[in-house]
Design a protein around this ligand. Structure first.
Ligand code: ADP
Length: 901
């Protein structure tokens, strides 16, 4: 790109040249016009010369010297040839022509140059004024501002438009003498220099300025130049302030700052006062005592620190290191030292400036952190190990908890322990006799390091642990007791042969945990076994028919089984935990007499009466003594006892019943033999009849006894064929009427619709005969005996009603018992075996019938029995084989009344 100044110069030159050419061309033309031949030349020759000279002068004025000369020369030439007609005198005018042209050109050129110079000066002034930092203000003689520089704008804040036209006093705070001084100086044309005065900024602030008033030479005014001298003062104040801040900063920083000459660390020129607090030596000590620094550096670090400082001094690297220093009170203080070499603007080193920072806490914290990290790593490893052990324990717990057979579980746990803890794991359990059995012996397998192989029986030292209950720990063996519920059950032993493994307290704790868990499982399994056994015993006690009672050594009832509840009528809740004498009525009376034996030598029970809610019951009771008290076993023998009593009564009754007819037969037979000759026919017949009757009575009693016996033994066959109940009834009543006592009247009620009965006809007749016989027997005062039968809903119902003695209500249930008689002593003289109603009841039961009584004492009784009707039997499906009727005891059970059929 071409230089702009060059182009501008070229343009100026071009225009000068063009103006020159233009002036010459126009001048020459004008000269030609002036010189054009004409009459007026001759008339006014002077005008032509004057006009020619004027054109030359104008050309010179416009185009410069050369233009003036050229046009003058051209004009003179034209004048010479056309006006002067080449007269010689015209030659004389040539210098005048040239002089006029040249002079006009010179004058014009010099005027132009002067004007140009002035313009240049003016422009330079403007440039100076606009670029100067000072305020340059032009004023006229009245002191009015006529020009306003950029610097003035900056210093005073007014722009040019605001300031121009205003009095110079605008810049001065008060309109006093001072404000008049610039105007006065301008008027006097004197220079005025004021080194320092106060002016005012547009916003009212005071300005410290140096003032110069330079009058303009032509007396048009003056230039006022002011310079803001407040700025350096402020800079100086700022510097002082920043220095103070810097000092305050360095003295309040938590660091010790220092300055020392190059390469002279031992002799500082400044040390901040913090050094006292950190190392116990004051700043003055440091400045006063040469080499104090190196004396205080820890001797172990001294060499290193010296080397670092020396390296920093050569500029190889900045000083940056940490080391120990000794404080005045003997503490070791860790410091971080960092320093730089301060250089001037040319990079020349001036001095070294640095700081020391007390990093003891950080170092200690670092050391502490390192220690904590180490501890944490150890703890993590420890936790991992514990976790592994816990996992093993958890796994062992799972095995012990899930296996129903604790011996199998123990072997599996031993295998587990061997995998994790040991090369051998032995489990030995104590037996009841104090010896021990090795239940499990697991080992690590073929890769195991060599060593002694444990035997099949527990070793002596293991036995000691198992018996003593105290663990035994050595580097290669841990033996811990298996303890549960305060008892030692055996020992768990772990052996290691691996060179890198030795047992410590931690391992022992884990082994004890494992042993505890194992012992618990063993104990649990044993308890479960015992509980099972106890449960069996409890079940036996629950279902056994004998009452079982445990009375402890304090006499308190501890066990009371359901049979005891049933026999005594006392519930468990009523008696358990109470004293036996208190809980059981009558206990005191016989407790001492209960025979008590031992398990090895049991005793025969004794029978005692016991008062119960059901009345007096007879119990047969004996006890077995054991360490916890006495176990009594008893049973209710009331019924058996009653039967015994009945039997005793029966024997008495039966012997009486047998003796009476026997005595009669014997007497009649004796009489017949002795007095046969003296008796007539009728007399003999009477005795023979008596013998027959009493023999029949004997026969009946014996038959009853035999039949009862057969019924008890279940050896009685029955015939099951339909028969007419009314017919049977009529025959029985007819026979009774025939043989019955005189005071008895009979009545029969046979319902028309009575269906045939399906039963053994002879046995039904036997029942009916028995009931009619009883009705007669127990109506000693005579009366009506009503015998009836009727059908009802598949059954046939018989009844025998009398008006005799009747039966008390509370005895009615018992009269069907074997041997039971209301009046065993026969106070009313009515004999009997007590077997009749028993036989009736048993026979009817066997024929699917039943018997009952309604009676009122003193007013008579109604015995009723019912049997299935024949059609009801036919309608029922047959069950089992038909009964064999062939051997019905027809010959052996003849009734007292011969069958009418
Ligand atoms: P016994 O041979 O004594 O008559 P039973 O078994 O026939 O034996 O009768 C039992 C008891 O029932 C009798 O001892 C008697 O006291 C009572 N008894 C039976 N039948 C009657 C009756 N019709 N009226 C009053 N008491 C009767």
């Amino acid at each position: 790109m071409p230089d702009l100044a060059v182009l501008k110069g070229a343009a100026v030159r071009l225009s000068t040249r063009a103006r020159l050419s233009f002036a010459i061309a126009v001048g020459v033309i004008l000269e030609a016009l002036v010189s054009v031949p004409g009459d007026w030349h001759d008339s006014y020759p002077g005008v032509a010369v004057a006009a020619g000279l004027l054109v030359a002068a104008v050309a010179g004025a416009l185009g410069g010297i050369w233009s003036g000369l050229a046009v003058a020369a051209a004009g003179w030439t034209l004048h010479f040839f056309f006006v002067a007609d080449e007269a010689l005198r015209a030659l004389i005018g040539l210098p005048a022509w040239l002089l006029v042209g040249a002079l006009a050109g010179w004058l014009a050129t010099s005027r132009q140059r002067t004007a140009q110079q002035r313009r240049l000066v003016s422009e330079e002034l403007d440039a100076v004024r606009d670029s100067a930092a000072e305020a340059i203000v032009g004023i006229d003689l009245d002191g009015t501002i006529v020009s306003w520089s950029a610097g003035a704008e900056t210093i005073y804040g007014y722009d040019s438009e605001e300031a121009v036209g205003q009095p110079i006093s605008l810049l001065v705070p008060d309109e006093d003498e001072e404000s008049m001084r610039p105007a006065a100086a301008a008027q006097l044309g004197e220079r005025l220099d004021v080194p320092s005065t106060v002016h005012r900024h547009k916003d009212g602030d005071d300005l410290s300025v140096a003032l110069t008033v330079a009058p303009i030479p032509n007396g048009a005014g003056a230039v006022v130049i002011t310079r803001d001298i407040g700025e350096p003062q402020r800079a100086e104040a700022l510097q002082r302030e920043s220095e103070a801040k810097y000092r305050a900063l360095t003295e309040h920083l938590p660091t010790i700052t220092y300055v020392h000459p190059l390469g002279e660390r031992g002799t500082p020129i400044y040390v901040s006062p913090q050094v006292d607090a950190v190392l116990g030596y004051s700043a003055e000590d440091w400045l006063a005592k040469s080499n104090l620094f190196f004396q205080l550096v820890h001797q172990d670090d001294r060499e290193r620190v010296s080397a670092e400082i020396a390296a920093a001094a050569t500029g190889a690297r900045a000083l940056r290191c940490e080391y120990r220093m000794l404080s005045r009170d003997g503490r070791i203080v860790w410091v971080h030292d960092q320093a730089v070499t301060v250089r001037d603007d040319d990079g020349r080193p001036l001095y070294v400036q640095g700081y020391l920072l007390d990093v003891s806490e950080r170092r200690h914290a670092g050391e502490e952190r390192e220690r904590l990290l180490t501890a944490e790593r150890a703890a993590a490893a420890d936790a991992l190990d514990r976790q592994r052990k816990l996992d093993v324990l958890a796994r062992a717990g799972e095995i012990l908890g899930s296996s129903p057979n604790y011996q199998v579980a123990l072997r599996r746990v031993a295998d587990l322990a061997v995998r994790e803890f040991a090369d051998w794991c032995l489990v030995d359990l104590l037996d009841d006799d104090g010896t021990a059995t090795r239940l499990a012996a697991a080992h690590a397998g073929p890769g195991m390091p060599p060593g002694d192989v444990p035997g099949p029986a527990p070793e002596h030292e293991i036995l000691e642990v198992a018996r003593g209950g105290r663990p035994d720990l050595s580097e290669s063996r841990m033996c811990v007791p298996l303890r549960a519920r305060g008892r030692t059950l055996g020992a768990l032993t772990l052996l290691t042969r691996s060179p890198g493994r030795s047992y410590g307290a931690d391992d022992l704790a884990a082994a004890q945990d494992l042993a505890g868990m194992t012992a618990f499982a063993i104990d649990n399994a044993r308890l479960a076994h015992q509980v099972e056994e106890s449960a069996d015993a409890a079940r036996v006690l629950t279902y056994v028919a004998d009452g079982v009672v445990l009375v402890d050594q304090t006499g308190t009832i501890r066990l009371w089984n359901p049979a005891a509840e049933a026999i005594s009528g006392l519930t468990r809740d009523e008696v358990l935990g109470r004293g036996a004498a208190d809980a059981i009525a009558g206990w005191k009376g016989f407790a001492d007499r209960i025979p008590v034996g031992t398990a090895a030598e049991p005793v025969q029970p004794e029978t005692f009466p016991l008062e119960t809610v059901r009345g007096e019951r007879w119990i047969s009771i004996s006890g077995v003594d054991f360490f916890g008290g006495i176990v009594y076993a008893f049973r209710d023998v009331t019924d058996a006892r009653r039967l015994e009593e009945l039997k005793a009564d029966f024997v008495a009754t039966a012997s009486h019943e047998l003796r009476t007819p026997l005595a009669a037969v014997y007497g009649a037979a004796q009489t017949l033999r002795r007095h046969d000759f003296a008796l007539d026919e009728a007399g003999r017949n009477r005795f023979v009849s008596l013998i027959v009757d009493e023999s029949e009575r004997l026969n009946r009693i014996v038959n009853e006894i035999l039949l009862a016996n057969q019924l008890d033994a279940g050896r009685l066959d029955l015939v099951d064929e339909p028969f007419d109940a009314g017919d049977l009834l009529q025959r029985v009543v007819e026979s009774a009427r025939e043989h019955g006592p005189p005071g008895i009247r009979f009545e029969t009620i046979v319902s028309e619709s009575t269906p045939p009965v399906a039963a053994d006809r002879d046995r039904v007749r036997q029942v009916l005969v028995n009931l009619v016989e009883n009705a007669i027997k127990y109506s000693p005062d005579g009366g009506l005996i009503e015998v009836g039968v009727q059908g009802a809903e598949g059954v046939v119902c018989f009844h025998v009603r009398d008006e005799g003695l009747g039966i008390p209500a509370d005895e009615q249930a018992r009269i069907f018992e074997k041997f039971y008689r209301l009046d065993p002593e026969m106070t009313r003289g009515i004999g009997g075996t007590g077997l009749g109603l028993y036989i009736c009841s048993e026979l009817l039961e066997r024929m699917d019938g039943r018997i009952w009584v309604e009676s009122q004492e003193g007013k008579g009784s109604t015995f009723s029995f019912e049997l299935p009707a024949a059609e009801a039997i036919a309608a029922r499906p047959a069950v089992g084989e038909p009964r064999d009727l062939s051997d019905a005891l027809r010959p052996s059970t003849p009734g007292p009344f011969p069958d009418a059929s």
